[in-house]
Write a protein that binds this ligand. Structure first.
Ligand SMILES: [Zn+2]
Length: 706
């Protein structure tokens, strides 16, 4: 896919460079000077940008350093380009066979650069990737230039001009193909992303789709009295941070990484296709404990369900104790403070950071304490952190170190489980899962929290209880199902706020056969799985990827073009899910979808912002949301709102315009610097970008705790 796209773009870049070169040839006869002149503008900009970062800004003698950096960049580019020009000119003079060989070398260089772009520090250092992208295009341009004549004929020049003029149109046509969109805007495509972002203004807004009704719960009709339950049992919940589903029972060096978990799986139910709600610990664990899609409902501004699983157990007379590090609230934890501050509803909580052995010992202490209190039924939760980066285990590669971490956790869990079985007299229900997976380069990245591919979102799930017959459930499950399931297993009724499904019907000898639909999300991307397909949609960039998980488990072939009916049926489920969540928040559908980053409602938000019959806070929020899409033309049409009757609408319009670099907003932003609330003052200061008048408000923001 990338080769023709890159070659076409490279040919365009080459053609425009040749054209500019030809135009400049008379004024500047020396190629070196010409190349310096051509590259001076973009590279001076790069040099200037280099010094906008915090560290570079603190260096002394900026007045000297910045021009020197620009000069060095321009000089090396001019020299490099001149050498390249000499090389290509020499090659052009040779036979066709030599030229073909030379072009093949340039294409190979382009592929190498592109490979580096994917492998070296993926998704970090935008400038590095922009440079690698530019060099890739240059290599393609050189390959194309080997077949150009030294003095282009008039028809050739006319063709190049026509090609340049038509390229925006061609881009919008290409944009309609899902594979091109995925290649350009997808998370694993840094190469053309910069170019594409620059062209977003030319791109038509994605088409809004009608919503389909939500799907029906497939467990409806199950005889509930036949469902397994152990009243008054002990429930032991074990979560292993960052453990991938494929690590359960994985054999390394001739033995399983997880003998303890394997033994548990051999006598319980394994939900072999379980998804986290979001590949971040904070959202994932909070969703697990509340049974709610918090990654959506928090930005939607909905009141969060305060009844957690632990509180539901506590109200029924269970003792509740948790052993977990508060580090799990690291990402966006400020949005989940009610859960962090109340320890997710556990009466006792131990947050000391320890290794697996220490965590297991802490769990043993909690269990002993429960026994000392006369052994009431209990819910105990332990969270292991040893497989989380930076990996502490032994091994030659990060992956081996990660595996070693899991081996440690399994061994520590073994002692804790043996102890539990020896001291507790009530039946024990054990559930083991993870908050998310971990990537090792499968889709060009590492760690977690960035994509919705299987390695990051699939987690193990084992539920074991006495007398259960072993079973493997291949229908998808999701983490929000766990709280209603564990409450159900203990014979308790889950609170109405829990959106997860009680999984007990799938533990029966004849489980429901209807396909299940599960969802997950990260940043502006959402995912739906209904076997055998999985659809990932980026709400902001309109990218859609469809994978057949049974035939293509590593998600290599995007079938969004080939399987249009499956794609639209899954998209309808996704839209219905989002619409159902959005319907519960105030302000109407457009505002709700905007809060989720859905670009399809950009024009509706603009209309809402301009509609003076609407409440001022609704209009102001519409402006704030619109600003996030960074669509220059839409934001520019907010200018009349700078004179709006509502001060809130005026302020948000000024901030949106200021952030888009519109100078008309400056006077209003300067006024906002002395206004309240403080958060708005600080946002105005940020929108003033570099204006010395903003310094005071920015300093105030830095010292503030909010
Ligand atoms: Zn985590």
């Amino acid at each position: 896919m990338l080769l023709p796209l890159g070659a076409a773009l490279g040919a365009l870049v080459g053609a425009s460079a040749l054209l500019a070169d030809a135009l400049l040839a008379r004024a500047l006869p020396r190629p070196l000077l010409r190349h310096a002149a051509l590259s001076s503008l973009p590279l001076s900009l790069v040099a200037w940008l280099l010094f906008t970062g915090g560290r570079m800004r603190r260096l002394p003698a900026q007045w000297l350093l910045r021009p020197l950096a620009a000069l060095a960049l321009v000089a090396s580019a001019a020299l490099g380009l001149t050498l390249l020009r000499k090389l290509t000119a020499a090659l052009r003079a040779r036979s066709l066979r030599v030229r073909v060989f030379g072009a093949a070398l340039f294409v190979a260089a382009a592929q190498l650069l592109h490979g580096l772009d994917h492998r070296v520090l993926p998704r970090l250092y935008e400038y590095l990737h922009a440079t690698l992208g530019a060099l890739t295009l240059l290599a393609f341009a050189c390959a194309a230039s080997l077949f150009a004549r030294p003095r282009p004929s008039r028809p050739a020049v006319a063709l190049a001009v026509l090609g340049l003029a038509l390229s925006p149109w061609a881009f919008t046509r290409l944009d309609a193909w899902p594979n091109v969109r995925a290649e350009v805007f997808g998370v694993h495509a840094p190469f053309v992303r910069h170019l594409a972002l620059a062209l977003t203004a030319l791109r038509p807004a994605p088409v809004a789709r009608p919503y389909a009704p939500p799907s029906i719960d497939p467990s409806a009709g199950v005889d509930r009295s036949a469902l397994p339950r152990w009243e008054g049992a002990h429930v032991l919940l074990v979560t292993i941070d960052a453990m991938r589903a494929d690590r359960l029972g994985r054999v390394v060096d001739g033995r399983s990484l997880t003998p303890t978990l394997d033994a548990l799986a051999a006598r319980g139910t394994v939900f072999s296709r379980t998804y986290t709600q979001a590949p971040h610990s904070s959202y994932s664990l909070s969703s697990l404990h509340t049974g709610e899609y918090l990654h959506e409902t928090v930005p939607l501004g909905q009141r969060q369900p305060l009844t957690t699983m632990a509180e539901s157990f506590g109200r029924a007379g269970y003792a509740t104790a948790a052993v977990f590090t508060r580090g799990v609230f690291f990402t966006e934890g400020e949005r989940l403070t009610p859960y962090r501050d109340r320890d997710l509803g556990f009466t006792r909580a131990d947050h000391v950071d320890r290794d697996a052995r220490g965590q297991a010992d802490a769990l043993v202490r909690e269990l002993d304490d429960i026994v000392r209190r006369g052994e009431p039924p209990s819910l105990a939760w332990v969270h292991f952190f040893d497989a989380h980066a930076p990996y502490q285990g032994r091994g030659a590669t990060p992956e081996a170190q990660y595996d070693d971490g899991i081996r440690h956790i399994d061994a520590a869990l073994s002692t804790a489980l043996d102890h539990a079985r020896s001291v507790l007299r009530r039946p024990i229900i054990v559930a083991v899962t993870a908050d998310h997976g971990e990537e090792f380069g499968e889709h060009g990245g590492v760690y977690h929290g960035s994509t919705l591919y299987e390695e990051q979102v699939r987690v193990p799930l084992i539920i074991a209880a006495p007398g259960m017959s072993p079973r493997v459930v291949t229908q998808p499950a999701q983490l929000i199902d766990l709280a209603p399931t564990l409450l159900g297993l203990a014979g308790l009724t889950p609170p109405a706020s829990m959106r997860g499904t009680d999984l007990r019907p799938w533990m029966l000898p004849s489980p429901p056969s209807a396909p299940r639909t599960v969802f997950a999300s990260v940043n502006t991307r959402v995912m739906v799985v209904r076997l055998p397909f999985k659809l990932i949609a980026d709400l902001t960039f309109g990218v859609e990827e469809l994978y057949d998980l049974t035939r293509d488990p590593t998600e290599r072939r995007n079938l969004a073009e080939a399987h249009r009916s499956e794609r639209s049926s899954l998209r309808a489920s996704l839209d219905a899910w989002l619409a159902a969540l959005a319907a519960e928040s105030g302000g109407g559908a457009a505002l709700a979808r905007g809060r989720l980053g859905d670009r399809t409602v950009a024009r509706d938000l603009l209309a809402l912002a301009r509609d003076r019959s609407r409440p001022a806070d609704t209009r102001a929020e519409a402006v704030t949301l619109l600003a996030r899409f960074a669509d220059a033309s839409l934001i520019a049409s907010l200018a009349p709102l700078l004179r709006d009757a509502s001060p809130d609408v005026r302020a948000e319009a000024a901030i949106a315009l200021g952030r888009a670099g519109d100078r008309r907003a400056r006077p209003a932003l300067v006024d906002l610097l002395s206004s309240d609330p403080p958060a708005r003052r600080w946002r105005a200061a940020l929108a003033l970008d570099g204006d010395p008048r903003a310094t005071e408000a920015l300093t105030e923001a830095l010292w503030s705790d909010d």
